[in-house]
Ligand binder design. Structure first.
Ligand SMILES: Cc1cc2nc3c(=O)[nH]c(=O)nc-3n(C[C@H](O)[C@H](O)[C@H](O)COP(=O)(O)OP(=O)(O)OC[C@H]3O[C@@H](n4cnc5c(N)ncnc54)[C@H](O)[C@@H]3O)c2cc1C
Ligand code: SF4
Ligand code: SF4
Length: 398
C-alpha cells in the first residue's frame, strides 16, 4: 500500500521520478493512481518524507501466488553477456521442473535484436523496456523498472548474473522489496517442496551452503561460467510484452559518463576465453610468467593465475581464478605449478578439459585433472611450447 501524508507540499519532485506516470499534483498535493506498481522510486525522492509504502510480509499462504522464473538479460557492448544465456539454460530446467514459465527481462535502447537469442535459449516470455536513459546501465532507472515489474507480476524466482551490474542491481531491488538475496551462487536446484535451493561456497570455500529464502520472490545472483549454456533452438518464439516507461534523465541520481575498458586484450580476458593457461606459486618468480604468456600464445588462449601470483602483484586481480577471483569454464584449462586448493578449484573445475603440470604427484589438482604431467614445469612447459610452435609451422592453419 502507498500513502501520501499531509507533509506533502505539492512540489512535484516525485512526479518526474515515477517511471510509470502514476503521480499527478492535484490541489498542491501528490495523488497516486492505479498505474502505480509500488516500485518505490518516489519514496526516497521526496524531500519531505511524505510518501510511504507499506509492504506486506509474504505468508506461507501467499507463496503459491508467486509463479515463474525470471532472468535479467544483461547486455554489454552490443552483445548479451554469456551469463545471461547460462542462466536462461539453467532457468529452463528449473521452470520445467516446476511446470512454470521462464521469462527474460530485457532493458535498454534498440535491444529488439536480442529477442531471437533469448527465445532460442529458452525464454517463454520476454518483457522489453526501451528508453534512452536505459541505453547504458543506470542503477536508478533499472532498479525502478524491474522492481515495478516484479511487484506487478509476482515471479517466484528472479536471477541475475553476478557481474558488476548484476551485483549492483539485485541488492537494490531486494532492499526495496524487503526480501532476501543470495549472492554469488554456484548452483541452483528445486527441492521436493518446489523451493529454490541456492548453493554457494561458505566459510572460505570449505563447505557448500544450501540456502532457502522464506521471502518471495526468491532472488539470487549467479557467478558467470558455473552453469553450462544449453543448445539454442532457433525455432522457438517467445511471447513479447513491451513496457512503456517515462524516465526523466534529470531525476536519475547517477549517470554513466564514460566506460573505460580495462581489459582490451584477448590474452588477459579470462572470463570469455576458450583456452586458459594459469600459473601458480610453482613459477617461483615474476620473470617466469613469460613461460605462461608464450604457452598461452602458442595455444591461442589467455593467461590466468592463482591467488598468490595476484597477491604478490605479478598479475592484476582480473586474471585471478578462484573463489575470490573469476570463475571460468573454458574448453581447456592448463594449471601450471598450482597445487589445487579448494579456493582455486571452485573457480575452474567446470572446465571441459583440465591439464595439470606439477612436480608433486600428491597435489590435489590431479584429482580434478583430465590429464596430469608430473615433473618440473621449467622442463615441461618449454618443451610443450616448442612442440606447439613446430606443429604450427608444419600446419599454419591450425
Ligand atoms: C578466503 C580465501 C580465498 C581464496 N581465494 C583464492 C582464489 O580465488 N584463487 C586461488 O587460487 N587461491 C585462493 N586462495 C588461496 C588458496 O587457499 C591457496 O593458498 C592458493 O590457491 C595456492 O596457490 P598455488 O597453488 O599457486 O600455490 P601453492 O599451494 O604454494 O602450490 C604451488 C604448487 O607448485 C608446485 N611446484 C613448485 N615448483 C614446481 C616446479 N618447478 N614444477 C612443477 N610444479 C611445481 C608445487 O608442487 C605446488 O603444488 C584463497 C584462500 C582463502 C583463505
Ligand atoms: S515530492 Fe513529496 S512533497 Fe513533493 S509532491 Fe511529491 S510527495 Fe509531495
Ligand atoms: S510507480 Fe513507483 S514511483 Fe510511481 S507512484 Fe508508484 S511507487 Fe511511486
Amino acid at each position: 500500500m502507498i500513502e501520501v501524508f499531509d507533509t506533502c507540499t505539492g512540489c512535484g519532485i516525485c512526479v518526474s521520478r515515477c517511471p510509470f506516470g502514476a503521480i499527478r499534483i492535484v490541489e498542491k498535493r501528490a495523488q497516486i493512481n492505479e498505474a502505480c506498481t509500488l516500485c518505490g522510486a518516489c519514496v526516497k525522492s521526496c524531500p519531505f518524507g511524505a510518501i510511504e509504502i507499506k509492504r506486506k510480509m509474504v505468508t506461507p499462504a501467499d507463496v503459491s501466488s508467486y509463479r515463474g522464473i525470471w532472468v535479467f538479460a544483461e547486455e554489454h557492448g552490443n552483445h548479451l553477456r554469456n551469463v545471461t544465456l547460462e542462466l536462461l539454460s539453467e532457468g529452463r530446467k528449473l521452470a520445467d521442473k516446476l511446470g512454470e514459465p521462464l521469462a527474460a527481462l530485457l532493458l535498454g535502447r534498440n535491444v529488439t535484436d536480442f529477442i531471437k537469442t533469448l527465445s532460442a535459449y529458452g525464454a517463454d516470455k520476454i518483457y522489453v523496456t526501451e528508453h534512452e536513459v536505459l541505453e547504458r546501465y543506470n542503477s536508478d532507472g533499472y532498479a525502478d523498472v524491474l522492481t515495478g515489474l516484479i511487484v506487478k507480476h509476482k515471479p517466484s524466482v528472479v536471477l541475475f548474473g553476478a557481474t558488476i551490474n548484476g551485483r549492483d542491481l539485485a541488492p537494490r531491488i531486494a532492499a526495496r522489496l524487503r526480501i532476501g538475496l543470495t549472492a554469488d551462487c554456484t548452483g541452483l536446484e528445486i527441492d521436493e517442496e518446489g523451493r529454490l535451493v541456492q548453493i554457494r561456497p561458505a566459510f572460505g570455500g570449505n563447505i557448500m551452503a544450501s540456502i532457502l529464502s522464506h521471502t518471495r520472490p526468491q532472488m539470487a545472483t549467479v557467478r558467470p561460467n558455473v552453469m553450462k549454456r544449453g543448445e539454442p533452438d532457433w525455432t522457438r518464439e517467445a511471447e513479447i510484452e513491451r513496457i512503456n516507461v517515462m524516465i526523466d534523465p534529470k531525476a536519475m541520481r547517477t549517470r554513466v559518463v564514460d566506460i573505460v575498458k580495462e581489459v582490451a586484450d584477448r590474452a588477459v580476458n579470462i572470463e570469455e576465453a576458450d583456452i586458459i593457461v594459469s600459473g601458480g606459486r610453482g613459477l617461483g618468480s615474476p620473470e617466469n610468467l613469460k613461460l605462461m604468456r608464450e604457452l598461452a600464445e602458442a595455444l591461442g588462449g589467455a593467461v590466468g593465475a592463482s591467488r598468490p601470483i595476484v597477491d604478490s602483484g605479478w598479475l592484476p586481480h582480473h586474471q585471478q581464478v578462484g573463489q575470490t577471483g573469476k570463475t571460468v569454464s573454458p574448453k581447456l584449462y592448463v594449471a601450471v605449478g598450482i597445487s589445487g586448493a579448494i579456493q582455486h578449484l571452485v573457480g575452474m573445475q567446470t572446465s571441459d578439459i583440465i591439464i595439470a603440470i606439477n612436480k608433486d604427484s600428491e597435489a590435489p589438482i590431479f584429482k580434478v585433472a583430465t590429464m596430469g604431467v608430473i615433473g618440473d614445469l621449467f622442463k615441461i612447459v618449454p618443451a610443450l611450447i616448442e612442440e606447439l610452435r613446430n606443429a604450427k609451422k608444419e600446419n599454419p592453419t591450425r
